[in-house]
Design a protein around this ligand. Sequence first.
Ligand SMILES: Cc1cc2nc3c(=O)[nH]c(=O)nc-3n(C[C@H](O)[C@H](O)[C@H](O)COP(=O)(O)OP(=O)(O)OC[C@H]3O[C@@H](n4cnc5c(N)ncnc54)[C@H](O)[C@@H]3O)c2cc1C
Length: 444
Amino acid sequence: MEKVIIVGAGLVGSLQAIYMAKKGFDVEVYERRPDMRKVDLVAGRSINLALSNRGWKAISEAGIQGEIEKIAIPMRGRMMHDENGNTTFQQYGKDDEAIYSVSRGLLNQKLMNCADTFSNVEFFFNHQCLDLSLTNNELTFLDTSTNEKKTVNDGKIFATDGAFSAIRKRLMKTDRFNYQQMYLEHGYKELTIPAVEGGGFKIDKNALHIWPRGEYMMIALANEDGSFTCTLFFPFEGKNSFESIKTKTDVEQFFTSVFPDAVALMPNLVEEYFENPTASLVTVRCSPWNYKDQIVMMGDSSHAIVPFYGQGMNSGFEDCTVFNQIFEANNMDWSKSFKEFSDTRKKDADAISNLALQNFIEMRDLVADESFLLRKKIEKKIYSKYPDKWVPLYSQVTFSHTPYSEALANGKRQEKIMDCIMAKSNIEEIWDSQEVEDEILEMI
Ligand SMILES: Cc1cc2nc3c(=O)[nH]c(=O)nc-3n(C[C@H](O)[C@H](O)[C@H](O)COP(=O)(O)OP(=O)(O)OC[C@H]3O[C@@H](n4cnc5c(N)ncnc54)[C@H](O)[C@@H]3O)c2cc1C
């Protein structure tokens, strides 16, 4: 059977390996790191991610939903923490809708285990892709365990080697390849709220916790062991920034003044703040995603986005579903499928990339804004009464399979309507009235 080569056994590469194995191809997966199933996860630290409907669909089509459900904790809404430690809960969608907290490391391991159950999948760990010759489609790897180089060819190549893709780097040297990368002025740092001694969660495990503070924010997602992984999204420079917080006292004073309720739950805050790395956030856009019928890029390698819509992995998983549909519709013709995937999927990746950047402002600032909350309340009412006419943008992105580009366009139309409604001088008093409802329906 024909060979398929997957470069990068991260989340998307491991899932794509299952999709290709199910089609009967001989799948070889090359991964730079050692086998993460054999190293201690805690020592390797692991962020957790929000898995939502697009990701679940891809997982379900791969036939492994049951396995992943075992490590997923539902989060039904946002729990907002204000500066005095008061909390308010905002439900994300309908009563049965949730996003799911999963450990990135455990999820990756599960995906690898599922791929390993196929006899036609072989993983090669400690294999770093160094280069690619486009003339003979030959990949060069460094086996970091022996320091020897090795070449691999004779297969269709899926580049799933992440935001700093070695394969994309090679494609950037080809004619008419477009590339753009943009770093945020904010970075992030992981911190921990440990489990209650003897087990249990210190705060509600079924919510995504947010401490929105305007220019910056902290979030927390539950882990299965009772702990929470907190992520501080913070400017690199400026008055309140990674640069300005230098000493133990700076950390204690700053956190106590802005996240008082969280500090009380974080006994290792100071050590973690100085020990854990500060990482940057990049957006990557490029095109085309394929090179002839030889190579196609998926996931972060072709469209890395900032994490504020919780869609990076979900969109990468959706790449697998979308590619699979296109591949089947084209009777497994590689040339047509690679091109069609690159041509049609890019607009959706661009849309979620823009939405993710916009959502940073919503999460760190607007979620605590009275007028924004009223806007959401009105939208929720219209959604519950007329679900076929109005689905809030968040729900379209998170709980539906509407292409991201359509969701973005629908969202812009809705925003215009809501701008008109919110401009009414007495909207606080009349928001629940028939008059407002009729006006929205007319504008739809
Ligand atoms: C702070 C943060 C929070 C996030 N939260 C969410 C969230 O809540 N929900 C969500 O959907 N997404 C989230 N994301 C995004 C998500 O992590 C990524 O979109 C996802 O990991 C992309 O998967 P991937 O397989 O394309 O890339 P990766 O997961 O980066 O995997 C790439 C793999 O390729 C390997 N590799 C790299 N270079 C080479 C090479 N030269 N040779 C061989 N192998 C190589 C790497 O070792 C790695 O295993 C978040 C991201 C960040 C940074």
